[in-house]
Design a protein around this ligand. Structure first.
Ligand code: G3P
Ligand code: MG
Length: 252
């Protein structure tokens, strides 16, 4: 079991800022696109969070939903489509005509973009039942092909986090969980994670104190209001993940 001191040290080594762009900067540009990463950096944030899924042929691409309908011109589950089909889709027009032509990036393209922009990246691997080992191996490969970006990998799926511990032992990992857990619950669910990424409304001051006491980095999503951001940062949350990082940056 990781000691609170070792966990806190590993989390601190990431140098995470207080404000992280959600899905790039989802309030300003289409989520999970390169334009979103550019917007995030332009607004002054130093890290972005993105969602990653596997295509049928095993390419890691940036997309939040299981299916393509909401944010692209495509249809059906991403996991059943070959990359060639995914790569041709428009991922910007749904957000605004100004972003027509924006594509679904691969993780490698996103990492290259972050390196150019000087952004760190929280890679949230979406659950992929039965393909956890594949997802972890693919993520490890992408990071080795495209080094030079500070990365925190996270997931709602404990199976993904366990597979990542095997495939990329040096990679910092975080558990995404809707309800803030107790420290011992978090350790049992996802051994060795350095951070907990929790839905902001579930965080009480006492819960935050207990998790910080156990050495966990504490991230709250999705925080778009200044007053709420200020309260969370004040009560010990290390970072807030926001669609509008610009609204919160002056609090940091
Ligand atoms: O990683 C934190 C947050 O992004 C989790 O929720 O649904 O926006 O991916 P979701
Ligand atoms: Mg996410």
């Amino acid at each position: 079991m990781m000691s609170p001191e070792d966990r806190a040290r590993a989390f601190a080594a990431l140098g995470l800022p207080r404000v992280i762009g959600h899905r790039g900067a989802a309030g300003h540009a289409p989520e999970n696109t390169l334009a979103g990463l550019v917007a995030c950096a332009r607004l002054g944030a130093r890290w972005a969070e993105v969602d990653v899924r596997l295509t049928a042929c095993g390419r890691p691409v940036l997309l939040h939903d299981e299916t393509l309908e909401r944010t692209t011109g495509g249809r059906g589950p991403v996991a059943e489509r070959p990359y060639a089909e995914i790569a041709a889709l428009d991922a910007g027009a749904w957000f605004s005509p100004a972003f027509t032509g924006e594509r679904i990036p691969t993780l490698t393209e996103a990492l290259a973009c972050c390196r150019r922009l000087g952004l760190g990246l929280n890679v949230e691997v979406k659950p992929c039942p039965g393909r956890e080992a594949e997802a972890a191996a693919v993520l490890a490969r992408s990071l080795s092909v495209q080094p030079g970006v500070a990365v925190l990998a996270s997931s709602f799926a404990a199976e993904v986090l366990a597979a990542l511990a095997e495939a990329a032992p040096g990679l910092a990992r975080g558990l995404v969980i809707e309800r803030a857990p107790r420290p011992e619950e978090a350790e049992a669910l996802a051994p060795g994670v350095v951070s907990l990424h929790v839905a902001e409304r579930t965080l009480t001051p006492a819960g935050a104190r207990a998790l910080k006491g156990a050495g966990f980095g504490l991230l709250a999503y999705t925080v778009n209001g200044r007053r709420r951001g200020r309260a969370l940062l004040f009560r010990g949350v290390d970072a807030v993940i926001s669609d509008y990082p610009d609204r919160l940056l002056s609090l940091a």
